[in-house]
Design a protein around this ligand. Structure first.
Ligand SMILES: *Cc1c(COP(=O)(O)O)cnc(C)c1O
Length: 394
């Protein structure tokens, strides 16, 4: 049987690695040599688990969705990451990385952000730890995402605009990398998903794997088994999905389902369905599937949900796709929005629009009455209320 975890060189099958400029070598090398040693130490685990419990509010519930289960004649459970402090799973990773940064003696944190969710999760843990925080954000995104910019500032972070190129996420990432090259000794760069050069994808997956491990324990009480038949999550970069899938990667009896954003339609020219539309290339220091033109220019992705419009997917997911270990489904804006409303009215849970994409597979896949399906409810919909209001004319 194949192993779907990272190998010792930082690859998942054909994907991953660390394709970085020479000047980033010392930073990446330091992380590669230390991330497992530190994060697996007893002292680290104690601190990490304590903060996840007391500050984030873990364990998050595993909730049996009774009405949905009855409607679809199967067993549906929701892993409630929407109940985490700051409203989504992202904080699991930022807590892990700031603890790691402190153990490495770092005094300053930088991060990139697109819609601002990762920026807020990073600014939050920097406030918690009293560490200086600089967030790079495209100038266009700064004007589109005013509430999150305000949150970051209120939390004490400096928000620096990226003014080159399309003034969005990839330009912010370039600025963050430039900063890191100039400040290699005292600064740690917190990447927000399972993307970037090795060891980031594996490091972030490990910090997020608390989602999957909790699920196993909780499911045992409900169903007398630790293993569901299906685990389903939306994929932007892939971190909430990686966290849920992690303990099941090498158990072929558990079906893995990745849900991507089809935007206005997979072939409309306005989508973020990276696995279907992507080709092999290098983005943010790792080899993966990404949307690009024939001559290697990155195509601007589109989705109604800001958290899913990333032009690549993490290398773990690229490998799940190519090896067919994972099933990939793309959901367009209108189906996602429809499911945001269904989940709200059938279970009393208003999901983030990213999360709504995952639930829409209930219309696309057939499930048996003895199947046990876990949906990762990655975030709550408060941040998306304006989009829901305008869309449904509420
Ligand atoms: C950021 C975000 C995502 C997408 O990021 P992943 O790394 O793919 O998990 C999904 N859901 C929510 C609620 C988010 O905030």
């Amino acid at each position: 049987m194949k192993n779907f975890n990272v190998n010792k060189d930082g690859f998942y099958g054909d994907f991953g690695g660390a394709f970085i400029p020479e000047m980033l070598f010392p930073n990446i090398d330091e992380l590669q040599k230390n991330y497992i040693k530190i994060s697996e130490s007893k002292e680290f685990k104690k601190e990490f688990n304590q903060l996840l419990h007391d500050y984030v509010g873990r364990p998050t519930p595993l909730y049996y969705a009774k009405r949905l289960s009855e409607k679809f004649k199967t067993k549906i459970y929701l892993k409630r990451e929407d109940l985490c402090h700051t409203g989504a799973h992202k904080i699991n990773n930022t807590i892990g990385q700031i603890l790691l940064a402190k153990k490495l003696g770092k005094k300053r944190i930088i991060a990139e952000t697109g819609a601002g969710q990762h920026g807020v999760a990073t600014a939050t843990v920097c406030a918690l730890m009293g560490v200086e925080c600089v967030i790079y954000m495209g100038e266009v995104d700064i004007s589109r995402q005013a509430p999150n910019v305000a949150r970051m500032k209120m939390l004490g972070a400096k928000v620096r605009p990226a003014t080159s190129g399309s003034k969005t996420l990839k330009d912010a990432t370039n600025e963050a990398i430039r900063d890191w090259i100039s400040n290699p000794v005292d600064t740690h760069y917190i990447i927000g998903s399972v993307v970037g050069p090795h060891p980031y994808p594996d490091m972030v997956a490990r910090f997020q794997s608390v989602i999957g491990y909790e699920t196993k324990k909780q499911l045992l009480k409900f169903e007398n088994t630790e293993n569901p038949t299906h685990v389903i999550a939306c994929v932007g970069g892939g971190s909430n999905a990686a966290g849920l899938f992690y303990p099941f990667l090498n158990n072929k009896n558990v079906n893995i389902v990745c849900v991507e954003a089809a935007g206005k339609g997979v072939h409309s020219g306005e989508s973020a369905a990276t696995s279907i539309l992507g080709t092999e290339g290098i983005i943010h220091g790792s080899k993966t599937l990404l949307m690009q033109t024939k001559d290697g220019q990155i195509t601007e992705p589109y989705s109604i949900s800001a958290g899913l419009d990333y032009p690549g997917i993490g290398p773990m997911h690229a490998n799940l796709f190519r090896s067919k270990r994972g099933e990939f489904i793309s959901i367009d804006d209108s189906d996602a929005m429809k499911w945001g409303l269904i989940l709200s009215q059938m279970e009393g849970i208003i999901p983030a629009i990213e999360t709504s994409h995952a639930f829409a597979v209930l219309d696309k896949m057939k499930f048996g009455k003895n199947d046990i399906i876990i949906f990762n409810c990655s975030g709550r919909g408060d941040k998306d209320l304006d989009t829901y209001i305008n869309y449904f004319k509420l």
